[in-house]
Design a protein around this ligand. Structure first.
Ligand code: FE
Ligand code: FE
Ligand code: ZN
Length: 279
């Protein structure tokens, strides 16, 4: 059994067991999926036998927790109250559904403050989370580190720390670090990975780090642009990515590829990364 937990983003269209089988087929031992389409329309209700079959597959094959990704169009800090209400409805529904998927985590984008300012954005996100995440919530909720494009909240570690500090149930929260996003946000994982990890630890705390989105970047360092690239084909590059997956603070976390790829291409990337992971 590999200690390297790596998978990729898969389509949930054919159900949960299908994703597990697809992951096994490309030598992955976890995966990510969207809870519903980006418009945030109704999530498919789970078929209990399908989820149970996936749970068995995951146990037998020593899978890391799978990562359910909220629709990226949700904006909990929109200036429009209806948009914020919609985010609340969707997130509550996602977490209700996920409570039966035992080995899972839930990832979301903090949102864009659309000109209201970071502080107002954080205030709205915190109030959203306090309406949504209760002492009953079973699935760990991960805040994703963002690139800072437009008016995105969460591109500075301090912003994520402030959100976690202000929620009613901080014990329910973790962080998902996206390698493309932090690079374009201005954290230099190419030349100073140790420094970035130390900074994360100082500001947020490494114990909060629960998952990694592993992507190369089409856009330069500190560009505040969010364009994922294939592993080794972007401006982060293969050497830095190899150092990243082997870093002592990161190497035991689950990695999820979100590169522009089909399943076969993901399989190739997983093969490449496994060949560079020091077991
Ligand atoms: Fe994301
Ligand atoms: Fe991501
Ligand atoms: Zn992205």
């Amino acid at each position: 059994m590999s200690t390297f937990k790596i998978g990729c983003h898969l389509s949930a269209a054919k159900g949960y067991l299908h994703m597990g089988e697809e992951a096994l087929g490309i030598n992955a031992n976890t995966f990510q999926f969207f809870t519903r389409n980006p418009r945030g329309s109704k999530a498919k209700e789970l078929i209990p036998s399908d989820v149970e079959a996936l749970n068995v597959l995951m146990t037998e094959n020593d899978f890391a927790p799978i990562l359910a990704h909220a629709p990226y169009t949700l904006n909990p800090c929109s200036a429009d109250e209806r948009v914020r209400e919609f985010a609340e409805i969707v997130m509550k529904d996602d977490l209700r559904i996920l409570s039966s998927v035992t080995n899972s985590q839930y990832n979301f984008h903090p949102g864009s403050h659309v000109g209201q300012g970071i502080e107002k954005g954080i205030e709205l996100i915190v109030s959203h989370l306090n309406q949504t995440i209760t002492s009953e919530t079973q699935t760990p909720v991960l805040i994703e580190t963002m690139s800072g494009k437009g008016s995105e909240v969460g591109s500075r570690f301090e912003e994520i720390r402030e959100i976690i500090d202000r929620v009613d149930h901080p014990e329910k929260f973790g962080v998902c670090m996206d390698s493309c996003h932090i690079f374009s946000a201005g954290y230099d994982i190419v030349n100073n990975l140790d420094g970035v990890i130390q900074e994360f630890d100082k500001v947020i705390g490494l114990e909060r780090l629960k998952a990694i989105h592993l992507n190369d970047s089409k856009m330069p360092f500190n560009s505040k642009k969010d364009r994922h690239e294939l592993i080794g084909k972007g401006l982060i590059g293969l050497d830095a990515i190899v150092a990243f997956i082997n870093h002592p603070a990161l190497r035991n976390l689950p990695f999820y590829l979100e590169t522009p790829n089909d399943v076969e291409g993901y399989g190739e990337e997983i093969k490449l990364l496994r060949s560079h992971y020091r077991e």
